[in-house]
Design a binder for this molecule. Structure first.
Ligand code: BES
Ligand code: ZN
Ligand code: ZN
Length: 503
């Protein structure tokens, strides 16, 4: 897809569809002004357009070079956020598809946000809503991807260019994560995931190392090996590296993603309906990490970042680990398994202990970890936890800010010492489940045992998957976490450059 920024008169743009977002406060003056450029028949229609949220009007102009105009109601211009722009622009996507537009131009809306952010958010909303997953369709519905995306602006060309480019590549990274999540379980093996990640590394220029089962065993990743016991497919462990020469940080940021390619629950088998049936999404954390690497490489972010992805499926094979097993983990700790469905924490624990050797400034793990997260926060907010040191507040503030800007919303959960007691085991150092209460927090507390550095845990069990689709998320894998991680890392760079701190 070609991106082009236009600054010449609106009526000279030759698009199949010219998208014209309008805030309530701009109506009817702005559409009336536009009407003059596109022929008088429009004037009557534009007078009726109020710019209300959800309002949309397709027009065929008698003058000007564009074939069609699409007026998109944006609601009030007061208190507009980037997420508001994404959601509003997503409504235009169905018309892009309906009229089979291949040359689409967006007349950038004007509001109080930074120009760059406006361009980024609008493009993300539009492109993310246009996402299709048709790998398994044997007949085509005739929709084709946009060939040319134009942005028309009266603001700073440079800012629009930068924001638009960022929007395109962030949206493409989110779509990459969605593609990985949406893969059918019968082809999504840990090895296939590694092959996909290798292809991305080659394409976008980051490094990758993939361990096989023998290497995983020699590093004594007891948690990953235990979960894998019931599976005919061997596990993998991926190490992704983005280490640019101009990195601002000496100690890397490490991203860890849960890569359970399918979670049956193991011997503690899940019920099928509304539970196991969408468990191909249990590698959404892994997908988010892999896709984030593509984005930071394309953004050329001056930051050392390491990605760790332990991958396996969780199945009830003859050899499967059983409730009652005591497992020795990579860091030497022992875990009493009381539910084989609490497998994510078993594989993440090994990866988190391994992360120690990078002497990281921060480790962020992202995982579809607990059903309790969905109960606590629902389907569009992730739970976030961190170890309670003197910088805990600052870390949470930054993740929340990145969540707010990116639309991948997160909300903090408490990590008081008392929760740790719920994991005491009679036979081992710790057990892999707490009680029925505070399941998301006890999962976080379990992981904390394997961290000895500043750490943030993001539980995305709710937002990773969307059964029916909403605004810019078509049904299926949402790609949640990519925008969040990219924005968090980008803000990390911006903060370092602003404060010129010696990092
Ligand atoms: N993969 C699931 C969590 C999950 C639930 C992800 C819903 C996406 C949507 C995880 O491995 C799991 O099964 N967790 C158990 C833990 C319990 C046994 C302590 C759960 O939440 O039921
Ligand atoms: Zn599970
Ligand atoms: Zn799981």
């Amino acid at each position: 897809m070609k991106l082009q920024i236009h600054v010449n008169a609106l009526q000279t743009i030759g698009a199949d569809l010219l998208i014209m977002p309008l805030f309530e406060e701009e109506c009817p003056e702005k559409p009336k002004k536009w009407a003059k450029k596109f022929g008088n028949i429009l004037e009557a229609v534009t007078k009726d357009f109020l710019g209300k949220k959800g309002e949309i009007q397709l027009l065929y102009p008698s003058e000007g070079k564009s074939k069609r105009l699409l007026l998109v109601g944006m609601g009030s211009a007061k208190f507009v956020t980037m997420e508001h722009l994404r959601k509003s622009l997503s409504t235009a996507a169905s018309w892009v598809t309906k009229v089979r537009a291949s040359k689409v131009t967006l007349a950038l809306p004007e509001c109080e946000l930074e120009t760059q952010d406006i361009a980024q958010a609008c493009i993300e909303g539009l492109l993310l809503a246009l996402y299709r997953f048709d790998r398994y369709k044997t007949t085509s519905d005739g929709t084709k991807p946009i060939k040319q995306l134009g942005v028309w602006t009266k603001s700073s060309l440079k800012a629009v260019q930068k924001g638009a480019e960022r929007g395109v590549l962030v949206a493409e990274a989110v779509c990459r994560a969605r593609d990985l999540v949406n893969l059918s379980p019968n082809e999504k093996t840990p090895e296939m995931l590694a092959t996909e990640a290798r292809a991305d590394a080659k394409k976008w220029g980051f490094e990758i190392e993939v361990w096989d089962k023998a290497r995983i065993a020699s590093e004594k990743f007891g948690g990953l090996l235990a979960v894998n016991l019931g599976s005919p497919e061997p596990p993998t462990f991926m190490i992704l590296k983005w280490q640019p020469d101009n990195a601002l940080n000496e100690k890397p940021v490490v991203l860890v993603g849960k890569g359970v390619v399918y979670d049956t629950g193991g011997l503690s088998l899940k019920p099928t309906k509304d539970s196991m049936d969408h468990m191909k999404c249990d590698m959404s954390g892994a997908a988010a990490v892999i896709a984030t690497f593509q984005a930071i490489a394309r953004l050329n972010l001056p930051l050392n970042v390491i990605g760790l992805v332990p991958a396996t499926d969780n199945r009830p094979g003859g050899n499967a680990y059983v409730p009652g097993d005591v497992i020795r983990m990579h860091n030497g700790m022992t875990v009493e398994v009381l539910n084989t469905d609490a497998e994510g924490r078993m594989i993440l624990a090994d990866a988190l202990s391994w992360a120690q050797q990078y002497a990281p400034e921060l480790v962020i793990d992202i995982a579809t970890l607990t059903g309790a997260q969905v109960v606590a926060l629902g389907n569009f907010v992730a739970g976030v936890m961190t170890n309670e040191d003197e910088n805990a507040g600052e870390r949470l503030k930054n993740v929340q800010e990145a969540g707010f800007r990116s639309g991948d919303w997160v909300h903090p959960l408490p990590m008081f010492e008392e929760y740790k007691d719920l994991l005491k085991s009679q036979v081992a150092d710790v057990k892999n489940i707490g009680g029925p209460a505070a399941g998301t927090i006890t999962a976080g507390k379990f992981l904390e045992h394997f961290t000895a550095y500043p750490w943030v845990h993001v539980d995305i069990a709710g937002p990773a998957w969307n059964g029916s689709g909403r605004h810019y998320q078509p049904a299926g894998g949402t790609g949640f976490g990519v925008k969040l991680l990219v924005e968090f890392l980008r803000m990390r760079v911006e903060n370092a450059l602003n404060t010129k701190e010696d990092v």
